[in-house]
Design a protein around this ligand. Structure first.
Ligand SMILES: *[C@@H]1O[C@H](CO)[C@@H](O)[C@H](O)[C@H]1NC(C)=O
Ligand SMILES: *[C@@H]1O[C@H](CO)[C@@H](O)[C@H](O)[C@H]1NC(C)=O
Ligand SMILES: *[C@@H]1O[C@H](CO)[C@@H](O)[C@H](O)[C@H]1NC(C)=O
Ligand SMILES: *[C@@H]1O[C@H](CO)[C@@H](O)[C@H](O)[C@H]1NC(C)=O
Length: 774
């Protein structure tokens, strides 16, 4: 026995792998045979590790052992030197019985003797030229995977590393070294002379330049051919889509079922709260269906019973609806557990899946040798799968694996694993649960999805997606990827938010300083503003990282039209008007709700001899450039039609100004003052909360920026509470979440903490961009 272990190790297997291989008798005896044959051919030379690994991979995958010596010879004589060639060789052998196999045809199919010269590799230049416009526009944000993919197709048998080096080098040559802007991962802008007033235009400009969305609405961007997605039923026209002999037939049936309707789905895992990044996913999936008269499912990907909680299901649906979308139907992956199981049995029967006893640790990582159980008989796998389902194994003891190689070289992804955790919906009916790779494409297929839209991280799952549908001979939807949306100055991962809540830095998941969707709603962000933001970021394939102020400017834009004006004083200074005419008519004052459009209504506030202004709107000592009230400089009162002039400054015991006595004059009768300030009279008391960013740095998660971790980067002033602010009577009847523009102070939303005694307002955003403030 020990002998065999050392033989296996001598050709490059690890000790553990060697021992494991021994447990599989058929496999180890074939492997030994292959090694003997190889040794016979090599004479005194030894088998190197590359050949050893290829031999091992060959025996685990070869079905017809009569072909063993034939292939061994190709490996030993270095005619087959890569995994890619070996796969092609095995495929060829499988489809060509020994008796009518043409050697030349075989060698052509697996690239034997094909020498790819460095000059040929240099031809990747053609590929770069083909994409030059987009490359120039996106520079290093361009998805280099596209170039690599095309290069690999064009230079099928070339050494992958050499191709990669050449692509990298030529891109560098073409674009020049990365500039500071490239490193920032987004276009650099000059903010030094950004006039607040011009700001919105600049944003538009920026968005246009960046995503080429040209100020189009989301629906316009998503409609029709705008995205270059395939038409329903024309899946086969998509690059990379795999066509089998039955594809056209399945597509025809699919079209009969759906009548050519666009069908998409939003498939969140119900294990956390949605954040601003999800807003893009929701807008993309639901919006795409809506823009094309289609339907969109809300499908919970509830395949991990350990992580699911009722509250997440409810919260997700609520947020989808808040953003204005209605799912055609709410479904769950768990709705299909029985069907998925039946399909797994079918997959085993078709020889595309097997039961594997390797443990979690051994399945991790890439380029690990194939499982020794890969070629076990179908009957054996069926029996074991049945026992697995009946709970006859411990967690982690066995898995069902699919026989396929993923884009990134990972072999045989797991389809089913054991979990003895009751499921939120199916209780303890099942102790085996399907994985994402197994479930997702099948649920898409079952729901007759036409466009399976997902973020680019899933690009590497595309081939397994197509493979599985085809292996089961089912309708195969098309997966399309788009770039995810990130925001700076925040963290969105569930784990990190839990930390912030646990340490008391924020109150809960919906603390207004977070960028979860529930938090944004509490903070008073209108959903329309969030959707506008998504539209402006654009439906790009590129990843985008945005600064929060871009989102905030969308919020201002919506609230400018929807939040009526009111006046509030955060730090009051009492002002007594000594000469107010006693005429009753002037003791009230009419204020337009939207000064830009007076037709939208108005409200009346009292105006009496005692008013309050902001402490900061008075200075005892004049300073150059100060336009508001001083002992020598009058100031206008907004909406009141009066100009006031200081007569006497009254101070408290500590020398602090506590009251002003002023006289007033009608603004028609005096020189126009340099400024108008807001004020309140006979006000309501209220509490006001102001926010600044939660984090001091742009990328709190980046160790280069914040070495001690995101928890060390909290802005100590992220929340300011003002207990005794004053607000005018017009807000007295407001309901929770009603929003107002407090003149010159910001947009505010009435908080649920309000009582009949005391109103509580939280600031949604300031009126203008103010770095740091929110
Ligand atoms: C999907 O299409 C099949 C027929 O191809 C049909 O039986 C099934 O009901 C459809 N499912 C949904 C959710 O529309
Ligand atoms: C976006 O965020 C994800 C998760 O935090 C991160 O992995 C990714 O690198 C970020 N992308 C960019 C462009 O910053
Ligand atoms: C208002 O501020 C408090 C304190 O930060 C917070 O707990 C609450 O959620 C906020 N309300 C809204 C509507 O943002
Ligand atoms: C607010 O809206 C009015 C018209 O509705 C417009 O004239 C004004 O410029 C807007 N203000 C801002 C800051 O966008």
């Amino acid at each position: 026995m020990a002998d065999a272990v050392s033989i296996f190790m001598s050709v490059g297997l690890s000790e553990q792998k060697a021992k494991e291989t021994l447990k599989n008798e058929a496999l180890s005896s074939t492997f030994k045979k292959a090694i003997e044959q190889a040794q016979g051919l090599l004479g005194s030379a030894s088998i190197d590790k590359t050949a050893g690994t290829l031999l091992y991979n060959m025996v685990t995958r070869l079905k017809d052992y009569n072909r063993l010596s034939f292939l061994t010879k190709y490996i030993v004589t270095r005619k087959i030197t890569s995994e890619l060639q070996l796969s092609a060789a095995l495929d060829f052998i499988k489809s060509h019985p020994q008796e009518n196999m043409d050697r030349l045809e075989f060698e052509a199919a697996c690239g034997v003797g094909v020498m790819v010269t460095p000059e040929q590799i240099e031809d990747v230049e053609l590929i770069i030229r083909k994409h030059k416009d987009q490359l120039l526009a996106e520079r290093y944000r361009f998805n280099m995977g596209i170039l690599m993919g095309e290069a690999r197709t064009a230079l099928k048998w070339a050494d992958g590393k050499m191709v990669k080096n050449e692509v990298d080098m030529q891109v560098l040559h073409f674009l020049g070294p990365k500039t500071e802007a490239d490193l920032e991962k987004k276009p650099k802008r000059d903010r030094s002379n950004l006039e607040p007033k011009l700001f919105l235009h600049k944003i538009y400009f920026l968005f246009v330049g960046e995503a080429n969305t040209e100020g189009k609405s989301l629906m316009e961007q998503l409609r029709g051919e705008a995205l270059k997605f395939h038409k329903p039923g024309e899946n086969y026209k998509t690059e990379g889509y795999v066509v089998t002999s039955n594809t056209m037939n399945l597509l025809k049936k699919h079209l009969e079922e759906t009548g050519g309707q666009v069908r998409s789905r939003f498939p969140p895992e119900p294990n956390g709260i949605l954040h601003i990044g999800h807003a893009k996913a929701i807008n993309f999936n639901f919006g795409f269906a809506k823009a094309n008269n289609g339907i969109c499912f809300l499908r919970y990907d509830d395949t991990n019973p350990e992580k699911e909680e009722e509250k997440y299901f409810t919260a997700i649906k609520e947020m989808v609806e808040w953003l204005g979308y209605k799912p055609f139907s709410v479904t769950h992956a768990s709705d299909h557990f029985q069907l998925l199981y039946d399909l797994a049995v079918d997959l085993i029967c078709r020889g595309h899946a097997y039961m594997c006893h390797q443990r979690g640790e051994e399945l991790k990582g890439h380029n690990i040798p194939p499982s020794p159980w890969r070629e076990r008989p179908v009957e054996e796998s069926l029996l074991l799968f049945d026992r697995m389902r009946k709970g006859m194994f411990a967690e982690g003891e066995v898995t069902l694996r699919m026989k396929m190689v993923m884009e990134d070289g990972k072999m045989d992804p797991v389809a089913y694993r054991i979990k003895y955790t009751p499921h939120h919906r199916t209780g303890d009916t099942w102790c085996i649960y399907p994985t994402y790779d197994y479930t997702h494409c099948l649920c898409d297929s079952i729901e007759n999805i036409t466009h399976s839209l997902c973020t680019k991280e899933f690009q590497s799952r595309r081939s397994s997606y197509f493979w599985l549908c085809n292996a089961l001979d089912l309708y195969c939807p098309v997966q399309w990827e788009y770039g995810r949306l990130n925001l700076t100055y925040t963290v969105v991962s569930k784990r990190k938010i839990i930390k912030l809540v646990e340490t008391g830095i924020v109150r809960d998941w919906d603390d207004p300083r977070l960028f979860t969707l529930t938090a944004l709603r509490r903070r008073g962000f209108p959903s329309q503003a969030i959707n506008n933001f998504c539209a402006r970021v654009g439906v790009t394939v590129a990843q985008t990282t945005m600064e929060p102020h871009l989102l905030e400017s969308c919020v201002r834009e919506v609230l400018n039209d929807t939040a009526p004006r009111a006046m509030a004083i955060l730090e009051p200074l009492k002002v007594t008007i000594t000469n107010l005419p006693t005429n009753a008519q002037v003791n009230t004052c009419r204020i337009p709700d939207f000064p830009a459009n007076e037709a939208k209504g108005s409200h009346v506030v009292p105006f009496s001899k005692t008013i309050f202004i902001e402490q900061s709107d008075f200075r005892e000592v004049m300073e150059k450039g100060y336009k508001r009230l001083t002992p020598d400089q009058p100031v206008g009162l907004r909406h009141a039609g009066y100009v006031i002039s200081v007569q006497r400054v009254i101070k408290d015991g500590c020398g602090k100004v506590c009251e002003l006595e002023v006289t007033c004059a009608s603004s028609d009768s005096v020189e126009k003052p340099k400024a108008f300030i807001h004020w309140v009279s006979d006000p309501l008391r209220c509490e006001v909360r102001l926010y600044e960013r939660l984090f001091l740095h742009k990328n709190p998660e980046d160790p280069a920026e914040v070495p001690a971790g995101f928890l060390s980067d909290i802005n100590p002033n992220s929340l300011t509470g003002i207990e005794c602010a004053l607000v005018d009577h017009s807000v007295g009847k407001a309901k929770v979440f009603d929003k107002f523009q407090f003149e010159r102070v910001g947009y505010f939303s009435l908080d649920p903490d309000s009582t009949s005694e005391k109103l509580v307002f939280n600031r949604t955003v300031t009126l203008k961009e103010d770095p740091g403030k929110m």
